[in-house]
Design a protein. Sequence first.
Length: 70
Amino acid sequence: MTTAEKIKKYRVGAGLTQTQAAAKCGMTYQVWQKYELGLRSPGMDMLSKIASAVGVKPGVLFPDKNKLTP
């Protein structure tokens, strides 16, 4: 599962809309949407904010290692 897929999964699991989750992180919903679509990748600082907003540890949002290409 990619980081983008995990961001969406945990946001939905937390019962948040993109707008609500984005507001918790201090970003627009358009930026959040790009993270969920995989069009942008959050840096470590933002990944930490996203994890906090959806109630998980930042490491949970890392992509699965077996899905990475060399």
